[in-house]
Design a protein around this ligand. Structure first.
Ligand SMILES: [Zn+2]
Ligand SMILES: [Zn+2]
Length: 312
């Protein structure tokens, strides 16, 4: 990451970071500016109209970088920014306690209001109990619960947008895996920088402003902003399936630095040209949030029912 011989393309001072795919090197001051401009431009390119943004803050590098950058540019975005942290109750390796502590520290440093959702208070269980009662893959259950509760919280508290820290490396690995395994559904559903709100179905808008920014850039940004991050990986997470695609990308990016960015952009441009088959959204009979299931009971309510049955 350190290229002392290179010079910042803005001021000519020795560069501390070289963004190969952009053919640009920066000093610390101008990298921070560059990073924030990228986030701003990514959102402006989608005609983001502004409004109340709730950032899902895990305490990890991506969400900390996102919250930090959004607080810097919120005036230009005509937005107000608050954050939410979800306590998942994963105490192995101090994962949840450190994530909570770090999230609190970050919010305090940035002077941002932090909301806490405690999973046990919300649904009666933490993630490890749910996993032990329900044999499914930990990441997919946790993802389902987080998506549902974060949207519900944002909707009920009157936020317009939920912002999440998806980075280019993750999305590129996700798309590559989906293509390699003919998982067309995942590609069509995909991940966009902006998904508009759908109030009739109680869906807040979604923004993923780091979709075209690498993890390395997020890491450099939080380091330069001196923001704390939690470095403990989730002990229940099995990223092994995606990991080989991350490795494949390391190889490809070495050959052609811009290939990863172009790959994700190409897929998203292709997706935007597909006339999406009418996804039949219905309101869940139990909670009123959207679902596509034939019996009109959403995956979240189905999970909760199953947990209640097992508790009897
Ligand atoms: Zn400079
Ligand atoms: Zn439901």
């Amino acid at each position: 990451m350190i290229f002392l011989t290179r010079r910042c393309i803005v001021c000519g001072k020795p560069a501390i970071i070289n963004i190969k795919y952009a053919h640009a090197a920066f000093c610390s001051e101008h990298f921070k500016k560059y990073y924030e401009r990228r986030i701003l431009r990514t959102l402006k390119d989608t005609k983001f109209p502004g409004g109340k943004i709730l950032v899902a803050l895990s305490g990890g590098v991506d969400s900390v970088a996102l919250l930090t950058a959004l607080t810097e540019i919120c005036d230009e975005l005509k937005s107000e920014v608050e954050a939410v942290h979800m306590n998942l109750g994963i105490y192995q390796n101090n994962f949840s306690s450190e994530s909570m502590r770090t999230s609190n520290e970050v919010a305090k440093m940035l002077n941002v209001k932090l909301h806490i959702i405690d999973l046990k208070q919300e649904i009666g269980y933490y993630i490890p109990e749910i996993i032990s009662k329900n044999g499914r893959n930990a990441c997919s259950i946790c993802g389902l619960i987080r998506r549902y509760l974060l949207n519900k919280f944002a909707f009920e508290k009157g936020f317009d947008w939920l912002a999440t820290g998806h980075n280019l490396d993750d999305v590129a690995a996700f798309y590559l895996k989906a293509l390699a395994s003919q998982d067309i559904e995942s590609i069509i559903r995909g991940l966009d920088v902006l998904t508009p709100p759908y109030h009739e179905f109680k869906l807040v808008g979604r923004i993923r402003p780091q979709l075209y920014i690498t993890k390395m850039e997020n890491r450099a940004y939080v380091a330069l902003k001196k923001a704390p991050i939690v470095e403990i990986a989730c002990p229940l997470g099995k990223k092994a399936k995606l990991h080989k695609y991350v490795k494949a990308w390391n190889f490809l990016v070495n050959i052609n630095p811009v290939s990863q960015l172009n790959f994700v952009k190409s897929i998203n441009i292709l997706r935007s040209k597909i006339v999406k088959s009418n996804i039949n959204l219905k309101k869940c009979k139990i909670c009123g949030y959207p679902t596509t299931t034939t019996d009109s009971i959403c995956a979240f309510c189905r999970l909760i029912n199953k947990l209640k049955d097992k508790a009897k």
